[in-house]
Design a protein around this ligand. Structure first.
Ligand code: PMT
Length: 334
């Protein structure tokens, strides 16, 4: 959990800017944090300082695809968010995710003709580069590969400006950037898909309640009290992107909880699809929950045993979603 403080703090607003925000302060005093709604969350946390730069990239990318009349666009979120334990952060709590699901899915969306905004945790897996995760050359190697289809596919992505990479680190970064993306994707309406594969923290320590400096071990054991991050799926579905096609993931470790909790999420937020997956089997099998249907997509034993280019579950997930998204777009025009 230990990391160099400067990695995380580079380019961030001072927490003083929150402490000196009188609105935020009064909310803190008057209500317990766990009941705070998403709007209030944004007034109480600093936006990442790189947000204006990210928004400039988003504006350029989206304008380009509006002009090109690109038929579909997808936001793929990928990797885990972190929650810092100190304002000058030496330690933090991480959420499990290697970023495989997101990075692989982004590749399949590109193959299906989507423009892709790939919003990922810094240094987690990226489309194409994931095949060469140990190798810094990454995409360059991919471009030099013998496989002609692979090469022409990648060149197309570059020349057609189909892939935008943006990053996050903390849960606050994630929520600020997500909200901004929804703003820029509004003109795409039903043609925009949100594919929320990132593992997002449910708990955090508000900056005002965090210690400024490194927690000292001389005081003995550490007891943490964390507040609840507001569920942002509700504003996403009802306010930020009400016209769009929204897919969330539900991760559990207890098989008995998975389907009831996935169904509960769909009922609660009213979006289009929840994809349930279990930590141990997530690479082989997932369950789709929609308003009309429940079904499982799996790799067969034969598929799992293939040694040369084994198929990936993400290919099946994206295939199914592209089909369902098409029905959604047509239905939205009617
Ligand atoms: O990256 P890999 O190693 O390949 O792993 C992929 C994965 C297991 C991380 C991925 O398939 C997955 O399940 N991602 C979602 C993990 C997650 O955050 O699950 P959850 O059950 O904690 O949250 C469910 C949903 O609630 C999430 O889709 C999120 O959009 C939403 N949420 C979460 C936190 C929060 N504060 N507000 C939310 O609205």
């Amino acid at each position: 959990m230990d990391r160099k403080a400067e990695v995380f703090n580079a380019g961030r607003d001072s927490p003083d800017s929150i402490a000196s925000n009188p609105g935020a302060q009064s909310v803190l005093e008057s209500r317990p944090y766990e009941q705070i709604d998403p709007d209030t969350y944004f007034t109480m946390n600093s936006a990442p300082t790189q947000l204006p730069a990210v928004e400039a990239q988003l504006a350029e990318f989206v304008t380009y695809h509006q002009r090109q009349e690109t038929p579909r666009i997808v936001l793929v979120t990928s990797g885990g968010t972190i929650v810092p334990l100190e304002n000058q952060t030496v330690r933090f709590i991480d959420n499990f995710s290697a970023g495989t699901r997101g990075a692989a899915s982004a590749e399949y969306f590109l193959q299906a003709g989507y423009a892709v905004i790939f919003m990922h945790r810094e240094r987690s897996l990226q489309p194409f580069n994931r095949h060469f995760a140990q190798d810094k050359a990454g995409l360059l190697d991919y471009l030099c590969a013998d496989d002609a289809d692979q090469v022409s596919g990648t060149v197309q992505i570059q020349t057609k400006n189909l892939l935008l990479l943006i990053t996050f680190m903390t849960v606050a970064d994630y929520l600020f950037v997500l909200r901004s993306v929804t703003n820029y994707l509004t003109p795409f309406g039903s043609r925009a898909m949100y594919y929320l594969a990132a593992a997002v923290s449910d708990f955090f320590i508000p900056a005002q309640k965090m210690t400024e400096h490194k927690i000292q071990s001389a005081h003995g054991g550490l007891t943490l009290t964390m507040d609840q991050v507001p569920k942002f799926l509700r504003p996403l579905v009802h306010e930020w992107a009400p016209q769009s096609y929204i897919v969330s993931f539900k991760l559990e470790t207890d098989e008995r909880l998975l389907i009831p909790k996935a169904k509960h999420a769909l009922m609660r937020y009213g979006h289009q699809v929840v994809i349930g997956n279990l930590l141990l089997t997530r690479k082989r099998t997932v369950t789709f929950i929609t308003r009309q249907d429940q079904f499982t997509l799996s790799l067969t034993n034969d598929e799992c045993q293939q040694t040369m280019s084994p198929p990936e579950i993400e290919a099946k997930i994206v295939d199914e979603l592209v089909r369902q998204h098409t029905v959604f777009v047509v239905g939205s025009r009617a």
